[in-house]
Design a protein around this ligand. Structure first.
Ligand code: SF4
Length: 309
């Protein structure tokens, strides 16, 4: 996957894993112009590399006032064939914006549900009313456009017991549903939302089982290694850093020796990985999770011959 990262550093949500203090405030006009210019440079570079499908992400791209015209340019001027917008979706509660994005040629939108109800979702975004706005946005997309929809969620302490309900709600709207675990910058208090894999496991197993019953909806679990459920499942996928082009650079405080991998996305393999049959398709755990929880909960990893049973 290739991505254009609109580094607005502006978001009207205050998600506990990203912007807990609300420090991402509204971008200035100067910042908006800079971001647009940088995003156009990225687009030019990616299209030159022959990339035809791109995801527009960042914090949060939909809050750029020119997002619709930017997407229109990606399709009509630059020639991208498929454009995905990753957003909290609240602004899509405005039907006029949804119309504009649809007319611009937006192909797909990726929106998170952090809970199956306002109490749970809003406790994570820390913005009252955010759940209702996001749902309204999703309904506007479904009712008035042909834009594809992917509903995502992050499994956290606040919502891990709600994952089946989230899946059920998401299935009402989307044919694709994805779950992952949050990774967060050093400055964020990880203990507020992180949860051990031992606690996640029973809910993850129920989720995989439940999704088996629904032939119309495709479930994908991202970046939770196979040893957590204890078997290989092709619905579990390890993500790779997106192609972003040379003109994009990670903020200095998050840079690592790996290009395009910020510090909070660094993963590490364990000793047990050496004898795991998934070793060549799995790059281990986010370091932050290992730092916080150690690997005691992974002792139950089945020997190679028993995986898949
Ligand atoms: S390679 Fe390592 S982290 Fe991945 S599933 Fe196997 S044991 Fe777990």
């Amino acid at each position: 996957m290739a991505a254009i990262v609109m580094q607005l550093y502006s978001c009207s949500n205050r998600c506990i894993f990203c912007n807990p203090k609300g420090s991402l405030t509204k971008a200035t006009d100067k910042k908006l112009k800079e971001v647009k210019k940088a995003s156009e440079a990225q687009a030019a570079e990616l299209i030159k590399e022959g990339i035809k499908c791109v995801e527009v992400s960042g914090t949060d791209p939909i809050e750029h006032p020119e997002i619709a015209s930017f997407i229109k340019n990606l399709k009509k001027e630059y020639g991208f064939e498929y454009v995905i917008l990753s957003t909290h979706g609240k602004n899509m509660s405005d039907p006029k914006l949804v119309d504009k994005l649809s007319e611009a040629g937006l192909d797909k939108v990726k929106i998170p549900f952090y809970g199956s109800n306002a109490r749970i979702h809003d406790s994570i975004t820390q913005i009252e009313g955010s759940f209702d706005e996001t749902i309204k946005g999703v309904e506007n997309i479904i009712d008035n456009t042909n834009i594809d929809l992917l509903i995502t969620s992050l499994i956290m302490r606040q919502n891990y017991k709600d994952v089946l309900n989230i899946f059920s709600l998401a299935s009402n709207y989307a044919y694709e549903v994805g779950f992952a675990i949050p990774c967060a910058p050093e400055s964020v208090d990880f203990t507020r939302f992180s949860i051990s894999f031992d606690e996640i496991k029973p809910y993850l197993l129920s989720l995989l089982k439940e999704a088996d019953k629904d032939e119309e909806v495709a479930l994908t679990i991202y970046d939770i290694p196979y040893c957590v459920p204890g078997f290989y499942d092709d619905r579990i996928q390890m993500t790779r850093p997106p192609i972003v082009g040379k003109s994009y650079s990670i903020r200095p405080e998050f840079r690592t020796d790996k290009p395009n991998v910020p510090s909070y996305r660094v993963k590490r393999a364990l000793d047990i990985c050496k004898r795991c049959k998934c070793n060549d398709i799995c790059d281990g755990f986010y370091e932050k999770y290992l730092e916080l929880m150690g690997n005691a909960q992974l002792k139950s990893l089945k020997p190679i011959t028993e995986i898949d049973q």
